[in-house]
Design a protein around this ligand. Sequence first.
Ligand code: SAM
Length: 269
Amino acid sequence: MKKDYILGTDQAELDRLGFQHRVWSEDAFSLWKRGGVRMGLNVLDLGSGPGFATFDLATIVGATGSVTGVDISQAYVDYGNHQAQVRGVNNVEFIQRSIHELDLEHGRYDVIYCRWVLSWVNDVDKIIQEVSKLLKPGGVFLVQEYAQWGTFRIEPERSEVRAMIEACRESWRVMPSEIDIAPQLPAMFHRFGLNLELKATIEKVSSPGEMVWQWPTTFLHLYSHKLIEMGLLTEEERDAFVRCWPEMEATPNAMIITPLMMEFAARKT
Ligand SMILES: C[S@@+](CC[C@H](N)C(=O)[O-])C[C@H]1O[C@@H](n2cnc3c(N)ncnc32)[C@H](O)[C@@H]1O
């Protein structure tokens, strides 16, 4: 198992995840709707983080349903449980577990949702096998993960930005996990009795000033510190990137194409 989760779990990353969920929540709600998430269901949010998607799922399943968020980070789990308490949400709980040792009741869940988690862990086939056991017959696994991170593109091309993106890509390459995990998942679904009902690509194009633009902006600025720590970016390269970003944003028709993702719904037969 990978020892350190590469993106970290501090307050800045927690805030980033909150913003990230706002940017992508329309896509999440859309998949949940097409996958049949509705009142009264028992849902597991695998690698839930602090619970931004988890609480939205809880509003859909209502008081007669339940949502369990599972994450390896105790800080995120504590945050989620605290939020549930202060908001008076009774159908959500967060528990601290590794995705590799879930130790949850088999056949309990109608829906298992997983977003931006399988790219950061190894032994994904074992995880899918366990997901299949955790689902009720007829239950559905809903996934949104990276398919081709290298499609991330920022126009106009600037060498300062290119250096940042290449450093990110190098950091994914040195991880023991596979960032572009999504295309490998359907074969695993088939192996473990999950029938693929829906497959689609998802990506966004944005211009400066739009909310989507802020998503990669925040990520690159935050992650640059990690890249320096990892020895994949120099302080000078980061400074050059930070200096050039506002200039790039001021360029007419500047554009970001987000990394290609895929989404799936796979039902237990
Ligand atoms: C990019 S965040 C995504 C969080 C959430 N799924 C979302 O979409 O907002 C990845 C999450 O995976 C969790 N994670 C990483 N490795 C894990 C593991 N081995 N077991 C359980 N959770 C893990 C991290 O703590 C983090 O909360």
